[in-house]
Design a protein around this ligand. Structure first.
Ligand code: NAD
Length: 499
């Protein structure tokens, strides 16, 4: 009998009442692991009301006291790192070392949030006129919500709730229903760290839960990360309901390999960035763009044996480099893209579709796939595959290599491998993509900078975490104040001008 999961509301585990469930599988074995309750609209409204009730006291808690909760939360997550990584690996399928790495990247945002007393310091101008001072302050919004994808069940929620809560908001987290156990555990750890009940609530659900969050007037801001069609839907719906919204979508990240690049370094980078986490990363490199036929031939020659030698195995086995995909449906979808690529005329130089793992025949495994001679306009080039499939598009010139990612509908990340500083600088300046790596394949910015793509990869004006995150989760107030009050200037019928 599969374990029944719960919602985490007001500091307690709450049983779902809807009678609707989503099945959560262990992708390594294909076994049903647990059943996730799908909340009704009424249940979600109750969760939001609980967060609203917790808001005034949390907003009045000093930033220093809020920072101390974040420090404690970080310590607890580190003490429970093995347990949290195992929860991620067992439901998502990424290997344990990668799960731990993603936890670490999430905790870096918590570390950033520990600096909240400093980050919330306003600005002050003394004596803008005689006896008049002008100052600004950043105040929390109220209840804010985060809707997150399956591929980073710890890191992406932490991008959002660490900053949102440190700013003094209370937070409703709606994680992916495919791997909800780690986010539920994070909500428990926040309580243990000293966040009062209701400061971080976690509700499990599907579209019903999302739509309630997007339309409930108590929710003041929505942060979303997921696929582009849903990001677009979340952006327009939440904005129509008067909410602040940031919505990150899908990606197709290119890695340009210039003729002067260190090809061994570029090959290592491509192998890790394309096949790590089975390609289920929004910053995965899914398109290699060697410049010149000689570079392309040499790169393919190096890549082929490496892709064939990838160690695909159970997510919790210490020597696995790549685990299974998240669900049976997703595996079928990724294999369908590979079939389509072959039909479209791309050359499949490594075919991992038929990989079977002895002892894990029901797991959602496939081997790495490598395409050569992919052309823009092909479906496997235009769409996000989100699996261990690398497409090679041969570019004739540097200009073509800049044009490809710049013209693509997505614009999350891009990288260039070269020894030529001039080319790298020119590329970084002109390419129409939000995050650029120079000899760095996955340029995920650190927590004190900010994360976000361009074009179809992000909707809204502000990025995740860093100073932009603080701006997203606060509203600014400016106060113009006269002390002493005894100065009389008489009634003035004109717009005030400072003297
Ligand atoms: P998804 O869009 O299917 O789901 C994301 C969230 O939206 C989940 O919480 C889900 O329950 C909810 N949702 C799904 N369908 C919905 C609907 N019809 N109406 C309302 N809500 C709905 O994404 P996913 O498959 O969980 O995650 C993978 C995607 O996320 C990829 O496209 C990946 O590129 C993207 N991603 C982007 C970033 C980024 O920062 N740009 C980071 C991580 C993942």
């Amino acid at each position: 009998m599969a374990n029944e999961l719960y919602h985490f509301v007001g500091g307690k585990k709450v049983k779902g009442k809807s009678g609707r469930f989503g099945d959560v599988y262990n992708p390594t074995t294909g076994e049903l692991a647990s059943r996730a309750p799908f909340a009704t609209a009424d249940e979600v409204r109750e969760v939001i009301a609980n967060s609203a009730a917790a808001f005034p006291d949390w907003a009045a808690t000093s930033p220093l006291a809020r920072a101390r909760v974040m420090f404690k939360f970080k310590e607890l997550c580190e003490a429970h790192a093995d347990e949290l990584a195992r929860l991620i690996s067992n439901e998502h399928g990424k290997v344990l070392s990668d799960a731990k790495g993603s936890l670490q990247r999430g905790l870096e945002v918590v570390e950033f949030a520990c600096g909240i007393p400093h980050l919330l310091k306003g600005e002050y101008s003394e004596g803008v006129s005689r006896g008049i001072d002008l100052y600004s302050m950043r105040q929390p919004l109220g209840v804010v919500a985060g809707i997150t994808p399956f591929n980073f069940p710890a890191m992406v929620p932490m991008w959002m709730f660490a900053v949102g809560i440190a700013c003094g908001n209370t937070f409703v987290l709606k994680p992916s229903e495919k791997d909800p156990s780690c986010p539920l555990r994070l909500a428990e750890l926040m309580l243990e760290a000293g966040a009062p009940p209701g400061v971080l609530n976690c509700v499990i659900g599907d579209k019903v839960a999302v739509d309630t969050i997007l339309t409930d007037p108590n929710v003041k801001a929505v942060s979303f990360v997921g696929s582009t069609p849903i990001a677009q839907y979340v952006y327009t719906t939440a904005a129509q309901h008067g909410k602040r919204v940031q919505a990150m979508g899908g990606a197709k990240n290119h890695m340009i390999v210039m003729p002067d690049a260190d090809l061994d370094q570029a090959t290592d980078a491509l192998i890790g960035a394309a096949y790590g986490s089975a390609g289920e990363r929004c910053m995965a490199v899914s398109v290699a763009v060697p410049v010149g036929q000689k570079t392309a031939d040499a790169l393919i020659e190096r890549l082929v044996p490496r892709v064939r030698a990838l160690k695909v195995g159970p997510s919790t086995a210490p020597d696995s480099e790549m685990g299974p995909l998240v669900t049976k449906e997703h595996l079928a979808k990724v294999k369908g893209y590979v079939d389509h690529g072959v039909k479209e005329g791309a050359k499949l130089v490594v075919d991992g579709r038929d990989l079977k793992l002895q002892g894990y025949e029901n797991g959602y495994f496939m081997g790495g796939c490598l395409f050569d001679n992919v052309k823009d306009g092909m479906k496997i080039y235009e769409e996000e595959i989100f699996g261990p499939v690398l497409s090679t598009v041969r570019a004739e010139t540097f200009e073509e290599a800049i044009r490809l990612p710049s013209d693509h509908a997505f614009g999350n990340g891009v990288a260039i491998f070269t020894r030529d500083g001039d080319a790298a600088r020119d590329f970084a300046s002109r390419v129409q993509v939000g995050m650029v790596g120079v000899n760095v394949p996955i340029p995920v910015p650190l927590a004190f900078h900010t994360f976000g793509g361009w074009k179809g990869s992000a909707f809204g004006d502000t990025n995740q975490h860093g100073p932009e995150g603080v701006r997203f989760y606060t509203k600014i107030k400016t106060v113009t104040s006269r002390w002493p009050t005894g100065i009389r200037a008489g009634a003035d019928f004109n717009i005030p001008t400072m003297r």
